[in-house]
Design a protein around this ligand. Structure first.
Ligand code: ZN
Length: 75
């Protein structure tokens, strides 16, 4: 017999692009093409030791800022 305990889980309710401020929610198709980066900078990092680096970009801003370096292939 399995025993269960209650657990609180957070889920994403929406996301705002850090560049253009467009907002989306998980029920919109475009939501799944957003880029989210979040990491803790390491020792002697160019971002500063231990700083948290994060950004959320909508598909249009991703294309306009990093488009030249994106690898887009046909499945
Ligand atoms: Zn944007």
């Amino acid at each position: 017999m399995l025993d269960y305990k209650e657990k609180t889980v957070l889920e994403i309710a929406g996301c705002t692009c850090d560049r253009c401020r467009q907002r989306t929610t998980p029920d919109e198709f475009e939501f799944h093409e957003w880029l989210s980066v979040n990491f803790v900078a390491g020792f002697d990092s160019i971002f500063g030791d231990g700083n948290v680096v994060s950004i959320d970009l909508c598909p249009r801003c991703l294309q306009e800022t990093l488009g030249n370096w994106l690898h887009i292939t046909h499945p």
